[in-house]
Design a protein around this ligand. Structure first.
Ligand code: MN
Ligand code: MN
Ligand code: ZN
Length: 280
């Protein structure tokens, strides 16, 4: 089972690997830099080497990085859009240096300009960045939670973006369970999971699915709320997660939690719960 958590890079980026090991992760996710703000310092070769060395020694095969918070590749505002493309390009480069092969990106918000516009901007952004950076890093479009003006909450939107991608061999999808439920895709039991993933397969193709974010949802089915909850304690529940993570299309994929740390639980408890629900 490839299961892990989004771990902090606080201190230095190689410490993320130590944190993942400490949690018993078999895969993990990081931000390659502080995700708040647009600015960042250049990744030094030395830092990247330290990360790579620990990654290799710990026996990891796959990890993912998540784009910072501010970029919006579907933004109709030219300044924000241009900065977002720059960020995406920079992250692709940083991932290449680190040997992190999967880069997860939120498709973003069209801010009222319309879904068609958002789809075309997002596809352009990905095409531009990939054209600039030649490496083997995969860009993974993450499904959104159905927020107002969001781009990529529906499988149809993701399929429309993928259809415009010039290098399909470098772009895939990351499915977030909280976002699925919030966007109206039921995954609360075996039948619902089957139906939702069959729909994904029909519109996008399961071969495009490269990674999974496991988060329970505070919001109800179709609520449009992006609020993560501990595994089993939200509206998806144990039954939903058991069905989802054991599904033939999911069980071998890298899975990462992005759950809160609070009185109700933490990474340790959420990972333990998932290991228990996973049938070998
Ligand atoms: Mn995300
Ligand atoms: Mn996510
Ligand atoms: Zn989320």
């Amino acid at each position: 089972m490839l299961l892990g958590a989004h771990v902090s890079i606080s201190g230095s980026i190689d410490l993320a690997v130590d944190r993942a090991v400490e949690l018993g992760c078999t895969t993990f996710q990081i931000f390659t830099r502080n995700p708040r703000g647009w600015s960042y310092t250049k990744l030094k070769q030395q830092e990247a080497n330290q990360f790579r060395e620990k990654f290799r020694k710990a026996g990891y095969s796959v990890a993912m990085a998540h784009m910072p918070y501010l970029p919006n590749i579907a933004s109709p505002k030219k300044i924000v859009y241009d900065k977002s493309v720059k960020s995406l390009t920079a992250e692709l480069e940083r991932c290449g240096l680190l040997g992190v092969d999967l880069l997860v990106v939120h498709i973003g918000s069209h801010l009222g300009a319309g879904i068609e516009k958002g789809i075309s901007l997002a596809a352009n952004a990905v095409n531009t960045s990939i054209e600039k950076v030649e490496n083997k890093v995969y860009v993974l479009l993450e499904n959104m939670a159905g927020q107002k003006n969001s781009c990529g909450s529906r499988f149809e939107d993701i399929a429309a973006i993928l259809a415009k991608i010039e290098h399909p061999d470098r772009v895939g999808v990351c499915l977030d369970t909280c976002h699925l439920l919030a966007a109206g895709y039921d995954i609360r039991n075996t039948e619902a999971v089957e139906k939702t993933l069959a729909e994904f397969d029909r519109l996008i193709g399961l071969e495009r699915l490269k990674a999974v974010h496991l988060n329970d949802s505070k919001g109800e089915l179709g609520s449009g709320l992006d609020r993560h909850e501990h595994i089993g304690m939200g509206k998806i529940g144990d039954t939903g997660f058991k069905a989802f993570i054991n599904h033939r299309a999911i069980r071998d994929k890298p899975m990462v939690i992005e759950t809160p740390e609070d009185k109700a639980g933490n990474y340790q408890t959420d990972l333990a719960k998932l290991r228990k629900l996973y049938t070998s």
